[in-house]
Design a protein around this ligand. Sequence first.
Ligand SMILES: CC/C=C\CC(=O)SCCNC(=O)CCNC(=O)[C@H](O)C(C)(C)COP(=O)(O)OP(=O)(O)OC[C@H]1O[C@@H](n2cnc3c(N)ncnc32)[C@H](O)[C@@H]1OP(=O)(O)O
Length: 713
Amino acid sequence: MVDYIARDGVALLQVNNPPVNALSHHVRVAIEEGLKKAGQDPRIKSIVISGKGSFIAGADIKDVSKPTILELCDLIESSGKPVVAAIKGFALGGGHEIAISCHYRIAHEKSKFGFPEVDIGILPAAGGTQRFPRLVGLEAALDLIPSGRHIGAAQAFKLGIVDKVVRGDAVEEAVKFAKSIAGEPLVDRRTSQRPVMGAENAFLAAAVKLAMKKKKGMIAPIVCLSVSFMGSLLPFEQGIQVEAAEAVVVFTSGQMGALQYAFFAQRAAPKWLLPCGASFKTVKGRPIRNAAVIGAGTMGTGITMAMLNAGIPVTLVEQDRKFLDKGVSLLKLLYAGSVSLRKITQDQCDAILSKLNTAVGYKSLTNVDLVIEAVYENMALKKQIFAELDRICPPETFLWTNTSALDIDEIASATRRPDKVLGTHFFVPAYHMKLLENVRGKLTSAETVASAQMFGTRIGKIPVVVGNCHGFVGNRMLHKYVYEADFLIEEGCWPEDVDMVAENFGLPLGPFKVRDLSGLDIRVRGLLEQAKAAGIEINPATRFLNGERISLLSKSLVDKGHCGRKTGRGFYNYGKPGGKIPLNDRFIKDVIVEYCAERGIERRKVAYQEIEERLFLPLINEGFKILEEGIASKPEDIDTIWLLGYAWPRHTGGPMYYANMVGLDKIYNRICHYNELHKHSAHWQPSLLLKKLAASKTPMKDWMEVAQASSKL
Ligand SMILES: CC/C=C\CC(=O)SCCNC(=O)CCNC(=O)[C@H](O)C(C)(C)COP(=O)(O)OP(=O)(O)OC[C@H]1O[C@@H](n2cnc3c(N)ncnc32)[C@H](O)[C@@H]1OP(=O)(O)O
């Protein structure tokens, strides 16, 4: 776990605990033993701590509740022989704390530093909240500790975290350096003995404001701020006591469990398993050497950029030169923006764009590994495109569709290769959002799924395999939340009441602000298409569609020209078309009141608890139905989709984890309560799986066993 190599008076302690050299209990014990051994050996004059491959990514997250890294840090710092950290790769969390307890730090130019503890609900409680401000000053500490941000070696050097940045082998350099400083005094090298620079300045208020915005609802960043600040006013030993006392607050808050679950869920989600038993362990994907994207709209250009950024050559295809040119201009504009923001250099931009080809029509697509279709949501059009692609592209080419809800099997039926057809549901903006829902159809092969997952990872996404149904996982659940939001308005709430509850829960924007952003007309169009497909003519009095309650409130607003931000008015008044600040509006309230009066709906005061339950319980209920039907293969997949695709508050773990935390019996009983009251909304019919899990009190890790056993009955 830790190799001890003694050479020319230097003891090299090299942590060897793959994959990330986490500080498990065994590693901590071995480092401690190594330090003691080196301390007692008169031939050893100095010590180097490093990691095999990378430095140390922190505590073993499954083991963070026993913080003996603190003792290790004290042992390192108090060593009578100089200790040098040789840093390659990551020095994170407890690893970073070990590094700043060493007397010197030598880092490779590509190494990274950070305190990601806040993102897993804890503090750098191995003395990090006290040592770090003493090393870099209060301002930088109040920025880096609560943000959890990683910084590179160059910035670490500027801040004084690192003493020397090297291009070559950091360990060799550190050993050489350690030899050169043998016997030198260490008094001013002990971080804990330094005063905090800038402690008199009032950085705290601004830092708290920023943390509350960027880490909304999370306790750990705020606690980190107060502990670091208080510690800067106290002697180190007292600061450590404050740190220890406050660490208990976060360890017992409940957020730690949720955030750590979210960390592992995100890593488990790409590990796919199909109902036939094929999985990431048994089936290999085919690498994508080049690709084409059909459609140069927002989605098509975004997907093209995601692939170009990963170095995949792409041909962007349109049927019309005008649309193609527009798409390419947009794409170039976005890259130019990245250059001006210094996210990439001009040379990198040129290299990326050199991999972009364009074509009008599909004829040139005779030598591509993959085509992703990204035209607007119209089944007939998509089928026509797939039939044509099937004729032109080689038989082994994958044909994937970027749809957010349409039936993958029906699209695949237009081809002679349904095994190679799959849905790639990207989220807007596709070059930025981390989530990719890979939707398998009935006939999609395991090789295609494996290839799509491999592709997703390559373009920097977290790819999650889901089954084929209307809206797949994310949007299918979202629809229920959106329906209930509308019904709440019909029954007596104002848009701002509902949005406030959703935002207090932790979502960045409530459902009506989101609708105003995306455009009310889009939802209305969807509703009208749904009605048309069901052969129903919508009239102002319509309240049911296929026996299900619907709301035409959005239509009433759209009919009055309220399409959202783009027209300056939607559920809020934005002052002008394209305005950004939502204001409550008497006129909109009058429209709502009139809408209700016309339909004989009596408005009432709706309690906070009812708003919260009616927004989130249908969505959770749908999640259990999704598990029951095998559309998702584990709760972690659903939670990852909601965390990454819909900004679900991370400190509650995701909708499934949240349900488990609240208690499935409580969730089930409340769903039954609303089901009694709202018989015309199928989304209130309780999931059978939820009922079983609630009754059996099955732990979350075993939910799928119950789901699978039920599906076999
Ligand atoms: C008292 C408090 C003192 C100290 C507190 C701490 O130190 S808390 C821990 C702080 N550190 C972190 O939070 C780091 C978390 N890890 C990461 O950010 C990334 O893993 C990292 C190091 C940037 C590497 O990223 P990469 O994409 O290369 O790998 P991946 O994330 O997929 O991880 C590979 C596998 O390692 C597991 N893992 C990662 N970090 C930890 C950890 N700290 N503890 C336990 N396990 C960890 C991860 O789950 C992956 O496992 P796998 O089975 O392969 O899915």
